[in-house]
Design a protein around this ligand. Structure first.
Ligand code: AMP
Length: 177
């Protein structure tokens, strides 16, 4: 991966202490999004990884994952699959519950969102404890699709979310230790 591009993006991140709860260092990606050059750079770094993976779809998690996921899918010319909080998707769904760094949640995907054998990449803005990504990966696999890679714009290495994705192909653009 392009080291100087990663350094530029890392510098643009804003860390907000004690949001949404005391003790959480919130990684705010909005400074990257509001700069068209930085946003394009971030999307390009994801797409470079995906060019040779033969993807059929990009899957992303509600809500900030959608910002990256939609743009990546459009750039690659593949479909986009939303994973949303339980109760938000209108059609028949598969559900998976998980623990968050703050709280717990259940996520869902439309049961016809991916066909068996399709290759999908999972995208999210931040890998924290890994609960969300592990649950999303389970949903992808439960539909019979293949998880080609789970990719995160930022990985909070000190929370060891990687451990929850053990055995699955994963990568991050920016790692904070
Ligand atoms: P986790 O399941 O703990 O890996 O949490 C990942 C999800 O929660 C991602 O979708 C992030 O958007 C959000 N999240 C968790 N912790 C943070 C954090 N410190 N800064 C920004 N977003 C976070």
């Amino acid at each position: 991966m392009n080291d100087s591009a990663v350094r530029i993006l890392r510098t643009a991140l804003r860390t907000v202490p004690d949001f949404p709860k005391p003790g959480i260092q919130f990684i705010d990606i909005t400074p990257v999004l509001q700069d068209p050059g930085l946003f394009a750079l971030a999307i390009d770094l994801f797409c470079e990884r995906y060019e040779k993976l033969g993807l059929d779809a990009i899957v992303a998690v509600d809500a900030r994952g959608f910002i990256f996921g939609g743009a990546i899918a459009r750039q690659l010319g593949v479909g986009f699959v939303p994973i949303r909080k339980k109760g938000k998707l209108p059609y028949r769904t598969r559900e998976q519950s998980y623990d968050l760094e703050y709280g717990s949640a259940t996520i869902a995907v439309h049961e016809d969102a991916l066909r068996p054998g399709q290759r999908a990449a999972l995208v999210d803005d931040v890998l924290a404890t890994g609960g969300t990504a592990a649950a999303a990966a389970q949903l992808i696999v439960s539909l019979g699709a293949e998880l080609a890679e789970a990719t995160f714009f930022v990985e909070l290495g000190f929370l060891n979310g990687r451990a929850k994705l053990a055995g699955l192909p994963m990568a991050s653009i920016i790692r904070i230790d």
